[in-house]
Write a protein that binds this ligand. Structure first.
Ligand SMILES: C[S@@+](CC[C@H](N)C(=O)[O-])C[C@H]1O[C@@H](n2cnc3c(N)ncnc32)[C@H](O)[C@@H]1O
Length: 222
């Protein structure tokens, strides 16, 4: 297996191989995705932004979290946005759904637009993490919630592809990044995921979820 090529596709899937890699991500990332959506505690009429949504396989889980949820998904990869549109062609007809090619560092949205924002397994690819956080801060509503879900670096537990172009974070690295931003950590939680098979081995991956709000927010997520 060419891990370097897979790593490139995970960062920005393109073409036929990118589509296949994204299908693999659906299997590997179903648990972390659905756990994140539950933690968002989405309520009726809220507007949700997912950054780096991939092929959009789980959008329906967000839309089913309440009535009249509006969902916006962005991804750097044009291939992924095309796939997400195909995979949700029926849902698009009857729901508030917007799928756009965009970079977390420069998003085409007004200030204070979204009640809930999440990003799952994308932090490894942010070129300028401080700028990315600043931009999420800008588009998040004042009492909104932002969740970063990722798999922290743990010695001896990484998957083979992460040595190619991934920036891996230990928990304390992410904590430090957030401390230097205008977000505060409301809650940090982690899960041992169900076993996943990759490259002939079974992995029990650990995923972490940082639940953030604006430092100025007087309301409580709980
Ligand atoms: C490893 S995949 C994860 C996809 C999905 N969130 C999941 O967990 O299965 C990373 C996704 O983030 C996208 N991505 C990477 N950097 C990004 C950026 N700066 N802004 C927006 N999306 C980005 C990639 O194109 C890719 O679709």
């Amino acid at each position: 297996m060419k891990f370097e090529e897979i790593a490139k596709q995970l960062a920005n899937p393109s073409g036929k191989f990118g589509i296949d890699v994204a299908l693999g991500m659906n299997t590997m990332n179903e648990f972390i995705s659905k756990t994140t959506y539950e933690l968002l505690k989405i309520r009726d009429t809220e507007s949700v932004l997912e950054i780096g949504l991939g092929n959009g396989k789980f959008i329906k889980d967000i839309l089913n979290s309440g009535n009249k949820i509006s969902y916006t998904g962005i991804d750097l990869s044009r291939t992924m946005i095309i796939e997400a549109k195909k995979n949700n062609s029926e849902i698009i007809k009857s729901s508030f759904l917007d799928l756009i090619v965009a970079d977390i560092e420069q998003m085409p949205f007004w200030e204070d637009t979204f009640n809930k924002i999440c990003t799952i397994n994308t932090i490894y690819f942010w070129k300028n993490p401080a700028l990315a956080l600043k931009e999420v801060y800008r588009v998040l509503a004042n009492n909104g919630v932002f969740i970063i879900a990722y798999r922290p670096y743990i010695e001896g537990q990484t998957l083979n592809f992460t040595e190619y172009g991934f920036k891996e974070y230990k928990t304390k690295d992410l904590e430090s990044l957030i401390m230097h931003s205008n977000f505060k950590i409301i809650k940090k939680t982690e899960q041992i995921e169900p076993p996943i098979k990759f490259n002939g081995k079974t992995h029990n991956l650990l995923s972490q979820y940082f639940i953030l709000q604006k430092k100025t927010n007087p309301y409580d997520y709980m």
